[in-house]
Design a protein around this ligand. Structure first.
Ligand code: PLP
Length: 400
């Protein structure tokens, strides 16, 4: 990990990221010295008298507007992202959809990267189109050429780097520079890198989105999302969230706040394990391709190296000379890897990737493309488990 790239401004001094994770977001002296914030369950907040009730100076006014618990998490995320403010939402998907609803209106044109998270695409193709918003998908490798797609009514460019499942790196500063021509808002789904390995707002992005479900929660026991905004977008984002009444429950906020305290060391372990497994797969004769921007010969490596300070634990690979049907044999032979969606928890997971919805970044659509979430287990055991998968493929390879 490149520690120069992930210093965070904290209290005027530049502190290391693990120090920020340990100390930012909440001051223990605000609640009797207890190290962690209280879990505040709330609807009504009482005022001491009508004067205070009407002068609107109170920090807390009603449950939907935030509590000391949600503030601790939002403030920690804002500090990590270098954001003006952060809203918390009931899922990572809602953290994509609510900001889009906040900044797009009927008659607008929005640009969405073709390698976006699948359910993001479903939202764009159904709800945004129902609202008479024109949705256009673009190649993740587009870079500054995105200027050719911009229209006077382009209100949002939705990016994700690396792309879901296929891990294409995007030139985010080039896209942000181009977006200025029409004043479009650039949003980035930063779930893969977390603010520890990439800080979108420092590169010109307006809103950085997270599925907190993944590494921040880290234990596969909840779903939650966040959107961190810069000065330009914060007030509108906050106002629209309050208008819609979509918020995060206190227990989940608390668990994510707790998870973030150890995310630095967990992520470092995911990073190391994942690179080791990716390199091992790369050298395996039954693997034709490994999609991991942290690998030196990955097509996205130069961009990754320029902008990111680390790589996380999720990547994909292609089984050579194996069809999608036969890939099930590989997956079913795994014992340690769970077969399941989502990622970012402590345990390893595998899925066969489906790219059927894509129209541009679909080069590997017919391939046995497998996505791995590399967990915190001992890496020798992870590799031994993959060996079981390859061994099970032997009859299929003989037959092909
Ligand atoms: C998982 C994921 C989401 C959605 O998060 P949920 O909390 O499961 O709704 C959004 N974006 C990316 C890139 C994801 O991987």
């Amino acid at each position: 990990m490149d520690s120069k790239k992930n210093k965070t401004k904290s209290g005027g001094s530049s502190k290391g990221i693990n120090t920020v994770l340990a100390h930012a977001g909440y001051n223990p002296l605000d609640y009797h010295g207890f190290i962690n914030p209280p879990v505040v369950r709330a609807s009504t907040v009482l005022f001491p008298n009508t004067a205070v009730m009407s002068d609107r100076s109170s920090k807390y006014v009603y449950g939907t507007h935030g509590t000391p618990t949600s503030d601790a998490l939002a403030d920690l995320l804002s500090e990590l992202e270098g954001a003006e403010g952060t809203i918390l939402l009931p899922s990572g998907l809602a953290a994509v959809t609510i900001p889009m609803l906040a900044f797009a209106k009927s008659g607008d044109h929005v640009l969405v990267v073709d390698s976006c998270y699948g359910p993001t695409r479903r939202f764009c193709d159904s709800m945004l189109r129902d609202l008479d918003i024109e949705v256009e998908y673009f190649d993740p490798h587009i870079g500054s050429k995105i200027s050719h797609l911009l229209k006077p009514n382009t209100s949002i460019i939705l990016t994700e780097t690396p792309g879901s499942n296929t891990f294409e790196m995007m030139d985010i500063p080039a896209i942000c520079a181009a977006a200025k021509a029409v004043d479009a808002i650039v949003m980035l789904d930063n779930t893969w890198a977390t603010p520890l390995y990439f800080k979108p707002l420092d590169h010109g992005v307006d809103i950085s989105i997270h599925a907190l479900t993944k590494y921040p929660a880290g234990h596969s026991d909840l779903v939650l999302g966040s959107a961190s905004a810069n000065k330009r977008t914060w007030e509108r984002l906050r106002e629209k969230q309050l208008t819609l009444g979509v918020l995060a429950a206190p227990d989940d906020c608390y668990l994510v706040y707790r998870g973030l305290k150890t995310m630095g060391i967990r992520l470092e372990h995911h990073r190391k394990n994942s690179l080791e497994v990716a390199r091992w797969l790369k050298a395996h004769p039954a693997v034709s391709e490994v999609l991991h921007p942290g690998l030196e010969d990955d097509p996205g490596h130069a961009l990754w190296k320029r902008d990111f300070s680390g790589s996380s634990g999720l990547f994909s690979f292609v089984l050579a000379n194996i069809n999608r049907e036969q890939a099930h044999v590989f997956l079913d032979a795994l014992k340690l890897f769970g077969l399941g969606y989502s990622w970012g928890g402590f345990e390893s997971l595998a899925v066969l990737v489906n790219l059927d919805q894509r129209t541009i970044a679909n080069r590997l659509q017919d391939k046995a493309l497998i996505r791995l979430q590399i967990g915190l287990e001992d890496v020798a055991d992870i590799i031994a488990d993959l060996e079981l998968g390859f061994a099970a493929l032997a009859p299929s390879l003989a037959q092909n």
